[in-house]
Design a protein. Structure first.
Ligand SMILES: Nc1ncnc2c1ncn2[C@@H]1O[C@H](COP(=O)(O)OP(=O)(O)OP(=O)(O)O)[C@@H](O)[C@H]1O
Ligand SMILES: [Zn+2]
Length: 643
């Protein structure tokens, strides 16, 4: 029986849930059944067909409706007297500001991306509202508690960087199927169907740059009246034939590598698939826009031969231009978009064939392209239960018993759940401890735009940044700016740092601020001439976020409360940096506080991705470059998991 204190804490609480997906639906049900009376839910999504078998509250008839509203209605059916307030909105919208957050006693995250997690973390810090964070990826899960001044914040532990590949591996020298998928999705798909103004490295680097770009301009543009099959064949020949020939002419590249072979459409598919101006159906029935369906290819687990991939490539391209023409120019790859997955699979396979890399099925390519980890409903349910347990402790201010709990894939010492005492705030965290950062950058070459995109937005997760050099404003985003201010900031973006008014040079301290997040940090600029293209592809290095843990005299890494440093927790599931201090769990009497160091399997999930641990990116499953093992590296804002 719950004590009076316990039930009063629950009944009097006003709770904000962010995310009504796999974890969020379980969480809402568990909150309602635990007697919570006042729950607010923010989710920006509507229900998709792909959510139906993954989120138990949703039905076919709900497709297209707000997740938050449907989840509310489903739970009100068995708890009609509680108050559930849904918001069909992005948690980053400006109306969810610090004052909005202040009305809640606790915030519970069931998110799927790093960006939103960081944003909510900052608002919780600013509003001084405790946050319970969560993430799952397959069988792995974690729940952590973040209370300002008492425990580390969500950003105290650096998140592992998303797996990235050197540009030249993707554009010119792929050696794994994943490189071909990244090329097909981020370059070719983006070039043909995405925003035309975006930078795109699609053109093969060549000494003859002028010739290359001249040719590229023609091949990718559809004139509007050109026969679509002919256009598709032109694109095909350009990227799989001509560009490969061009790359081959760069002999240095191939001295120690296997040469690719150019592939031309006529050699694979001599005959046209349709008559000129032929049988392309011009209806707008999006559900039938599938190249596989048109071509009679049924099994997504089949590996198509080169000819089948070629047919899917041409057919998918034609379908985009006939059935989804309005979307062209605005599309970005979505793993739930069947036609996009078909196109990317075919393009990746044709490129793989060219580079003598084994071909893969659509099912496999989709998994790689969408960074999919199949979700386990039970893990979501366990994690939702743990969130409620921690939320109740927070409401009772039972600080001593807060735990971060890790759900492991295999029992370790007969335990599947590993509770660990939370760490103290990291004194070098720039978010909760306001510690300055330092940035090595070439101030003569890097533009303000590079700094804004790669550091302020990507690394610091700011949405509406303001950048100051002493009292001078270099850049600002906002709805209330005057035209001349906008013109001024736009011009600044294109200037290299050392030419800004006033110049940003070695020794400058920039102040970067996001007013909505109430997050400010100072960045010390250090000029550096050269960067390693492979290891430092951004051309700049941000540091000072966290410091290495103190070395103990015996050489062991210090772990436990107070040692909340970058090394104190393993950051990837299965990678145990702390095996050195393993204790038998059986030695720990029930009720004894445990630290992660006491468990031999210290699997830890990073919550940046939707699984991010999903997470920063959904816990994300990536295929490791070196051994084709599926690796969880949790953090790209684009990463996704599957339920
Ligand atoms: N910035 C945000 N504001 C509001 N809701 C968000 C934000 N970012 C993510 N979400 C929501 O968080 C939820 C995360 O849930 P989950 O990871 O189960 O995703 P899903 O959409 O249900 O599944 P999948 O990503 O595999 O399609 C989603 O419903 C998503 O809409
Ligand atoms: Zn912190």
């Amino acid at each position: 029986m719950a004590s009076l204190q316990h039930s009063q804490a629950i009944k009097g609480a006003k709770v904000l849930m962010v995310g009504a997906g796999g974890i969020g639906c379980e969480l809402l049900k568990t909150l309602a059944l635990s007697d919570f009376q006042d729950i607010h839910i923010i989710d920006m999504d509507t229900i998709e067909v792909s959510n139906l078998n993954r989120q138990f509250l949703f039905r076919q008839s709900h497709v297209g409706q707000s997740k938050a509203k449907v989840a509310r209605d489903a739970v009100l059916r068995f708890r009609p007297h509680i108050s559930i307030t849904p918001y069909h909105a992005n948690a980053k919208d400006s109306n969810f500001n610090v004052d909005f957050f202040k009305q809640f006693n606790v915030v519970l995250n069931g998110l799927d991306n790093l960006d939103a997690r960081r944003h909510v973390n900052r608002l919780c810090l600013a509003a001084e509202v405790p946050l319970v964070e969560s993430g799952t990826t397959g069988f792995l899960g974690q729940v952590t508690v973040h209370v300002k001044g008492k425990t580390e914040c969500y950003e105290c532990q650096p998140k592992p960087a998303p797996k990235t590949y050197p540009v030249c591996t993707i554009t010119s020298t792929p050696s794994k199927f994943v490189h071909c998928v990244v090329w097909a999705k981020d370059l070719l798909f983006a070039k043909l169907f995405g925003d035309k103004n975006q930078d795109n490295d699609l053109n093969v680097r060549s000494n003859d740059a002028a010739r290359s770009s001249e040719h590229a301009g023609d091949a990718f543009e559809w004139s509007g009246n050109e026969d679509l099959e002919q256009y598709g064949r032109g694109v095909y020949d350009h990227v799989f034939g001509y560009n490969i020939e061009l790359a081959l002419s760069n002999e240095e590249t191939w001295k120690n590598r296997n040469k690719p072979r150019p592939i031309y459409c006529r050699d694979v598919l001599p005959d046209r698939m349709t008559q000129q101006n032929g049988n392309v159906d011009k209806t707008d029935d999006l559900s039938s826009a599938s190249a596989m369906a048109s071509l009679g290819l049924k099994n997504p687990q089949d590996i198509w031969c080169l000819m089948e991939n070629t047919k899917v490539f041409i057919e998918a391209l034609k379908l985009f231009f006939t059935k989804r023409r309005k979307e062209i120019g605005n599309l970005s790859f979505d793993k739930d978009d069947q036609l996009a997955v078909e196109f990317v699979t075919a393009a990746a396979n044709i490129r793989a064939a060219s580079f003598n890399i084994p071909l893969h099925s659509l099912f496999e390519a989709k998994g790689i392209a969408g960074n999919i980890v199949h979700a386990v409903a039970t893990t979501n349910a366990i994690v939702a239960g743990l969130i409620v347990i921690e939320a109740i402790k927070v409401l009772k201010k039972d600080t001593e018993s807060y735990r971060m709990t890790y759900c492991l894939e295999h029992p370790s010492k007969k335990m599947l759940l590993m509770p660990v005492e939370p760490f103290e705030p990291n004194k070098s965290c720039c978010v909760c401890s306001k510690t300055p950062l330092s940035l090595e950058i070439n101030t003569h070459r890097s533009k303000l735009r590079d700094f804004v995109e790669k550091i302020v937005k990507a690394k610091l997760g700011m949405n509406s940044p303001l950048i100051m050099h002493a009292t001078a404003l270099l850049y600002e985003v906002g709805d209330d700016l005057e035209e001349n201010e906008i013109a001024n900031y736009t011009a600044n973006l294109e200037k290299v740092l050392s030419e800004l008014p006033p110049p940003v040079t070695d020794g400058t301290v920039l102040t970067v601020e996001d007013l909505q997040q109430e997050f400010t940090c100072n960045i010390h600029i250090k000029h550096r001439e050269e960067f390693d293209e492979e290891k430092e592809p951004d051309g700049m290095v941000l540091s000072g976020w966290t410091q290495a843990p103190p070395e103990k005299k015996d050489g062991k890494t210090s772990i436990g409360n107070g040692a909340s440093t970058s090394k104190s927790l393993p950051t990837k599931p299965g990678i145990t940096e702390i095996d050195i201090e393993v204790k038998e769990i059986s030695d720990v009497s029930p009720g004894t506080k445990r630290k992660l160091s006491e468990f031999s399997d210290g699997s830890t999930l990073d919550q940046s991705s939707d699984v991010d641990v999903t997470r920063n990116n959904k816990k994300t499953q990536k295929h490791d470059e070196d051994d084709d093992l599926v690796m969880l590296d949790h953090w790209d804002s684009n990463m996704r998991k599957k339920h």
